[in-house]
Design a protein around this ligand. Structure first.
Ligand code: DQA
Length: 181
């Protein structure tokens, strides 16, 4: 399982279809990582993005920035090597609900940017309330500095907390919040 090359030990960790090599000088640390992965101790967090967030980097860069989520995600994952960070995006309300129901009874938390559904979806609120894991509502922009219809969230009442206005860093702050629970 753990192999050695020169002065380093290597371990291949595979979780949820995502595999990666990690290496360490100390074998005990790799053994601990391996144990964490097989005993399910590694925290599992799912990031779920709603409609139009597949267009980050292209869509209104003055508001949402010029980085795509796909280029941000690896940086986020490398910051939290011990956390299994899944990602899902859909433009369809029912698909978002399907994914939340799928992961929401087994993962440690959901970071949800529901996009415009934030302001309209009773179905998402009901879904969030049905899950076992906590959900953190996230927005890239500060919705309270924008049009009035963005000031109200249908889903906040079901969420553990809300983070908005920090650009893509809002996702990292939400992960920090989940890890601190
Ligand atoms: C958003 C804010 C929403 O009002 C908007 O509809 C989005 C993105 C944000 O991340 O700032 O699609 O959730």
């Amino acid at each position: 399982m753990i192999s050695r090359h020169k002065d380093r030990f290597y371990l291949y960790l595979s979780q949820a279809g995502r595999g990666r090599w990690i290496y360490e000088k100390r074998k005990e640390i790799l053994s601990f990582c391996f144990l964490k992965s097989i005993t399910g101790m590694a925290k599992k967090i799912m990031i779920i993005n709603g409609p139009n967030l597949n267009l980050l980097g292209v869509r209104e860069p003055g508001i949402y920035g010029d980085s795509s989520f796909e280029s941000y995600l690896p940086k986020l994952r490398s910051r939290y090597e011990d956390v299994e960070i899944g990602y899902y995006q859909s433009n369809i309300e029912g698909e978002l609900i399907g994914k939340m129901q799928e992961v929401g009874f087994s993962c440690d938390g959901i970071v949800l940017n529901a996009g415009a559904y934030t302001h309209t979806s009773v179905a998402l609120l009901d879904c969030i309330r049905s899950l076992r894991c906590p959900t953190i509502e996230v927005h890239i922009s500060n919705v309270h500095q924008r049009e009035e219809f963005r000031h109200h969230s249908m889903i906040s009442a079901g969420c553990k907390g809300v983070i908005c206005g920090f650009g893509l860093d809002s996702y990292r702050l939400a992960i920090e919040a989940l890890l601190a629970l």
